[in-house]
Write a protein that binds this ligand. Structure first.
Ligand SMILES: [Zn+2]
Ligand SMILES: [Zn+2]
Length: 162
């Protein structure tokens, strides 16, 4: 691992230099804003989580992930972002563990599973548009909140908890 990646300050300073078009700022969670081209990061977390999170948001930025038409597409973009994050990470000698990636993607899969269940009969439905699902069984249509790229990462007990 390159030396600067060993502290939060050093890591953020290094990637700020390497990705000069993006602004990096402290905040409550990892997030990329396409509007201001700013990556927000939570500095009160273990260094390795911070690095993974920032690399992930950086990947969304590099892939220009601004919006998506369905939950499934969102999940696909999440997966692409992790692939890209892993590639960027290699330049800094940071390898993102596949168990971390899988648990983050599982968070999305669980979320998608919950959203797609019909509130009336529990059968899983099909997404009609970004805000609506329809049940295969009873034809009920329900509204869902808009998805976001930022979802809480599933934290492994004790190990990465803040
Ligand atoms: Zn139903
Ligand atoms: Zn993401």
């Amino acid at each position: 691992m390159i030396k600067t990646a060993k502290t939060v300050k050093g890591f953020v300073a290094q990637i700020s230099r390497d990705f000069g078009d993006i602004t990096f700022q402290k905040g409550s969670s990892e997030h990329w804003s396409p509007r201001t081209n700013t990556i927000t990061y939570d500095s009160n977390q273990p260094l390795h989580d911070l690095r993974y999170g920032v690399l992930h948001e950086l990947a969304h930025a590099k892939l220009n992930h601004t919006n998506y038409g369905s939950d499934f597409e969102l999940l696909r973009m999440e997966s692409m972002a992790w692939d890209e994050a892993a590639q960027i990470g290699r330049r800094y000698g940071i390898s993102i563990s596949s168990s971390h990636i899988q648990s983050c993607l599982d968070t999305y899969r669980d979320w998608l599973h919950r959203r797609s269940a019909c509130p009336k009969c529990g059968t899983h439905g099909l997404q009609k548009d970004p805000r609506h699902y329809q049940c295969f069984n009873c034809r009920n249509i329900w509204r869902v909140s808009s998805g976001r790229f930022v979802r809480p990462y599933r934290r492994t007990h004790g190990v990465t908890a803040v």
